[in-house]
Design a protein around this ligand. Structure first.
Ligand code: DAK
Length: 256
């Protein structure tokens, strides 16, 4: 049984809740290891079509565990088991939705940015305060943040360490919706269930194509899109989708 998170299966959606309230869900070795294991299990389960990741009302996650960081020297960092956990988290290929309330700082903001869709409560705060510790972001905070919010705001956040609130995050495109904090998880689950009802192969390839757009040139991205689109043309779910439209009924997708 994981000690630092709770896992709940809600039909085809798995809800993972970070639970280290005494440290505002700071990402220590144990939590990152358990999260990586939980995502691997969700990846391997054919019944799970989407995952929602959330924290508490006060904090999604306040960053890497600073007490643990204080014990690591350079060699310790290079051999750090947390690196392997981050790699596993990055490779998760099913749709991942983050429901963010409260603080999403440092590694917590980076973890949220791993999600495909971010839904934030009105009280959420996003920031990369590593600069205040004499370091810089190390899990995508310079790369994903810049791609999400553009150069000027990313520079401002990373170089000053100052956080932005949910409205600012919405304006900047870091999150796609904001809600009242008590509804953040519910809204993320609604979106996850909507995605879970779609054709799994189409969802998987569409996600891959969209992520490609972040790190490739337009011509290569368009080529990938065309290949993926062509692949889907041979699936049973495509036939079912078109037939269901013509029959005026809901499609029954089977992931084939
Ligand atoms: N680590 C450990 N404990 C933390 C913590 C953290 N990041 N954040 C909060 N806590 C603990 C506090 O120490 C306190 O515990 P006690 O002292 O009561 O035992 C408890 O949580 C409640 O926190 P506060 O009393 O401070 O609560 P406040 O409401 O007053 O303030 C706060 C909330 C979020 C503004 C404040 O706690 C804060 O500034 N926390 C630190 C935020 C921060 O600097 N985060 C960035 C850490 S650096 C990498 C991957 C990732 C990273 C690096 C490398 N690789 C793969 C290479 C990531 C680095 C980081 O995230």
């Amino acid at each position: 049984m994981p000690q630092t998170l709770a896992v709940e299966q809600l039909q085809a959606v798995r809800l993972i809740t970070l639970q280290r309230p005494q440290a505002l869900n700071a990402l220590n070795t144990e939590l990152l290891g358990e999260l990586a294991a939980a995502l691997s299990a969700a990846e391997a389960d054919p019944e799970t079509r989407a995952v929602v990741l959330t924290g508490s009302r006060k904090a999604f996650a306040a960053g890497a565990d600073i007490k643990e960081m204080a014990e690591r020297d350079l060699v310790g960092i290079l051999n750090d088991p947390r690196q392997a956990s981050w790699q596993t988290i990055t490779r998760f290929s099913k749709p991942l939705i983050a429901a963010v309330n409260g603080f999403a700082l440092g590694g917590g903001c980076e973890l949220a940015m791993h999600a495909d869709i971010l839904i934030a409560g009105e009280d959420a705060r996003f920031g990369q305060p590593e600069i205040n510790l004499g370091i810089m972001p190390g899990a995508g905070g310079t790369q994903r943040l810049l791609r999400a919010v553009g150069k000027s705001l990313a520079m401002q956040m990373v170089l000053t360490g100052e956080a932005i609130d949910a409205r600012h995050a919405l304006r900047a495109g870091l999150v796609s919706e904001i809600t009242q904090p008590e509804f953040t998880v519910e809204r993320a689950l609604q979106i996850a269930h909507a995605i879970a009802a779609k054709a799994p192969l189409a969802v998987r390839l569409a996600k891959e194509a969209l992520l490609k757009a972040m790190d490739t040139d337009l011509a290569s991205g368009l080529r990938f899109e065309r290949h993926a689109f062509t692949l889907l043309a041979g699936t049973a779910d495509r036939d079912e989708g078109i037939r269901a439209f013509q029959d005026k009924r809901a499609p029954q997708f089977r992931g084939q």
